[in-house]
Design a protein around this ligand. Structure first.
Ligand code: HEC
Ligand code: HEC
Length: 641
């Protein structure tokens, strides 16, 4: 086929594979203890250093350890808040800590236990959440009828649905926790001060004197709550479209380990939603405004507001809509029979258990979460069947106008390609041999190299691989890249452009060894930089006669200077053309080949990549790579022209 005949294909999927690879370092699971030796005395300087460290760790892709640092900083801030005079810069440190907490939360790290002072004057200790006042005894302004609407009106976009200056009032409870309201002391409360001083509201608005008087009077009279549930959103019960933007959705945590008896969202709930609700609640033009693309968007809900209230299935619109009780509009799924009572009960139980997520992250596509759930619970053979079937869809997404040739080798390998059958047969033959060699180097005897088998996508021409990038990965193929590994949905794949038939067989073997190794690592949650570096070295060992096996060291030496910092490399920010050779050089220089089986064994025990790396390489990735880069840069130029 001529390149020129190809019509551009629509970019049907922009879901990027990387999103799949596990939740951040140790989001929600056990984190290694903080490394600091002796706790320094609390001071603004010490807090600042801890926050700097935490930020670097987060940038390095280590949210778990960033959280440890932030925790230490928060402890110091609390101690400082108790001192009679908070140090200079105290408030901005609190704001910084709050921002960082929010970013960690977005990364899926459980930060619910991290208490950060609001940063107001030191005396503003926060009342405990249980400090809920009895309903107002004396008459005065009503919180629900007057104060809440007033705050929403004048401060809403920035502090109710938003969180400017790290200050948010989602509910009565939430407002009281911020320490901005001092019961009985209206004029002295920070909430009033900022209005009186003219600092708030920002953006040109103004609180009319009458409203301000109402607010002061309410606080003076004890700032009582007069509604039924002090944790309800300030916006009150939603009032039709577009309430979804006003009602604050519940906070979601990253993945956690399930306890016995827990419902698995990934394996039990997500598949039900995918099966029965797709088509009407997708990303584009969803019915009722409800997008069920990720756990986050499901919980956020549609036009009526949050669809799920964690811990309260009876109050969750999702369950009400499934049962068809106490709702406006139709029972769901619309136009189909109701779900079985058992199934609805299961979903209700999951909500009552607190909307736990067991795999990936709240932002991950439901389809990927469900796939990860299947991967964990199916046997190797069943997973292989599901995976090989799913690859067909993947191939058609990549190259819609060409039937693939498919060759399966048992349950451990399946090759898809658009090559003549005889050539693909050669590829499959070589792949089978190489797969066994890689398995010998990586996993214990008798174990599959990848649970559910390896899928290889063998492309005849570089432009076929470009199509795969555009149509499946949603990006242009990086210049010169002839292969890569990834996960999407059920499929763990290695993709490669097959060398011309006239080239030495070792060239094909090398590319196969590289992509099969990379797939085995990426499929275990290893980040791309490390997987690619390790794969190149492993391939060079297995196929020493290939061109790249001889040249990768020299290439690496050329690229080291292009990597600005270990942090860039480790966080995946480096250009892949530089990252792979440099990661390979690092891997080769630090005895990676000998350490790889140990690392893989740790991953298979359920450890995160950072934990497994730490065990195998005696330090966290960024620090270890940094040390190596520093030694490397001190070396005199090694190669003579
Ligand atoms: C257009 C956006 C906007 C609106 C509207 C707004 N704020 Fe703010 N608010 C901010 C920003 C931005 C900050 C952070 C200010 C800073 O760090 O200097 C902030 C910070 C605050 C803080 C914490 C900082 C401090 O000084 O202690 C309080 C309290 C506050 N706002 C109260 C209010 C109240 C009450 C209203 C409504 C009457 C309001 N804001 C309306 C943007 C807004
Ligand atoms: C054939 C299309 C269709 C299917 C399938 C469908 N829905 Fe709906 N859904 C709608 C329409 C239309 C609305 C808006 C009208 C209404 O609420 O009755 C809606 C609204 C909703 C709402 C309320 C959203 C809001 O904020 O008001 C929920 C919750 C919901 N659906 C859940 C589900 C669930 C769960 C499933 C799968 C078990 C499902 N739906 C399947 C069409 C569908």
């Amino acid at each position: 086929m001529m390149m020129a005949c190809r019509m551009p294909r629509p970019n049907r999927s922009t879901r990027v594979v990387a999103a799949l690879v596990m939740v951040g370092a140790c989001g929600g699971i056990t984190c290694p203890a903080p490394l600091s030796a002796a706790d320094p005395a609390p001071s603004a300087g010490a807090v600042k250093r801890l926050l700097d460290e935490a930020e670097t760790l987060l940038a390095d892709g280590k949210p778990g350890r960033a959280k440890d640092r932030l925790g230490e900083a928060a402890g110091m801030l609390i101690a400082l808040a108790e001192e009679s005079r908070a140090p200079t810069g105290f408030r901005s440190l609190c704001t910084r800590a709050g921002d960082l907490r929010e970013r960690l939360d977005l990364e899926g790290v459980d930060v619910s236990a991290l208490d950060i002072p609001s940063g107001v004057a030191a005396k503003a200790t926060r009342p405990a959440p249980t400090d809920r006042p009895a309903p107002a005894a004396q008459p005065g302004p009503s919180f629900t009828k007057e104060i809440a609407p007033l705050l929403v009106k004048h401060c809403g976009g920035c502090h109710v649905s938003g969180r400017r200056g790290d200050f948010q009032m989602t509910s009565y409870d939430g407002l009281m926790r911020t320490g901005m309201v001092q019961k009985g002391a209206g004029a002295a409360s920070r909430l009033v001060e900022v209005i009186l001083s003219g600092d708030m509201p920002r953006g040109g608005g103004k609180v009319p004197a009458a409203d301000l008087a109402t607010l002061v009077s309410w606080i003076d009279r004890g700032a009582a709550y007069d509604g039924t549930d002090a944790s309800l959103p300030l916006t009150g019960p939603p009032a039709g479209p577009p309430a979804a933007t006003a009602a604050a959705p519940p906070q979601l945590r990253g993945a956690v380990a399930l306890q016995p008896g827990d419902v698995s969202f990934a394996f039990e709930v997500a598949p039900v939603l995918l099966q029965h609700c797709a088509g009407c609640h997708d990303a584009d033009d969803p019915e009722g405004g409800l997008r069920m693309v990720s756990l986050e968007s499901l919980v956020r809900g549609g036009q009526t507001g949050p669809a799920v209230v964690p811990g309260k299935s009876a109050d969750s619109l999702l369950v009400k809509k499934l049962r068809g009780t106490g709702i406006e509009g139709q029972q769901m799924p619309l136009g189909k029979p109701p779900l079985a009572t058992d199934t609805i009960d299961l979903i209700a139980r999951w909500i009552d258990q607190g909307v736990k997520l067991d795999l990936l992250s709240p932002k991950a596509a439901l389809a990927d979460v469900a796939a990860a759930g299947r991967a964990r619970s199916l046997s190797h053979e069943d997973l292989a069947r599901a995976r090989f079937a799913a690859t067909d869809g993947l191939w058609r997404r990549a190259i819609a106008d060409e039937e693939p040739v498919v060759i399966a080798r048992g349950s451990s390998l399946c090759v898809f390609g658009n090559l003549p059958a005889s050539r693909l047969e050669e590829v499959a033959e070589a792949a089978g041999r190489i797969e066994a060699e890689v398995a010998g180097a990586l996993v214990a005897d008798g174990q599959p190299l990848i649970k559910g088998g390896v899928v290889l996508m063998a492309f005849a021409k570089p432009f076929d691989y470009s199509d795969f990038w555009v149509n499946v990965l949603g990006a242009e193929r990086p210049k010169g890249l002839l292969g890569g590994a990834g996960i999407t949905g059920d499929v763990v794949y290695g993709a490669l452009v097959v060398p011309e038939a006239g080239q030495p067989a070792t060239e094909l073997d090398f590319r196969l060894a590289e992509q099969i190794t990379a797939a085995a690592l990426v499929g275990r949650g290893v980040p791309a930089w490390f997987a690619n570096g390790a794969a190149r070295v492993t391939a060079a060992k297995l196929v020493p006669k290939a061109t790249l096996a001889k040249s990768w060291r020299a290439e690496a030496a050329d690229r080291v200077s292009a990597i600005r910092s270990a942090a860039d490399l480790v966080a995946g920010r480096a250009d892949p053309a530089d990252a792979t050779p440099v990661a390979a050089a690092f891997f080769g220089a630090s005895g990676g080949a000998a350490k790889l089986p140990l690392l893989v064994a740790h991953l298979d025990e359920g450890k995160s990549f950072d934990q497994a790396f730490q065990q195998a390489f005696r330090g966290p990735p960024a620090a270890v790579v940094d040390g190596w880069l520093a030694r490397e840069s001190r070396k005199p130029a090694r190669r003579s022209p």
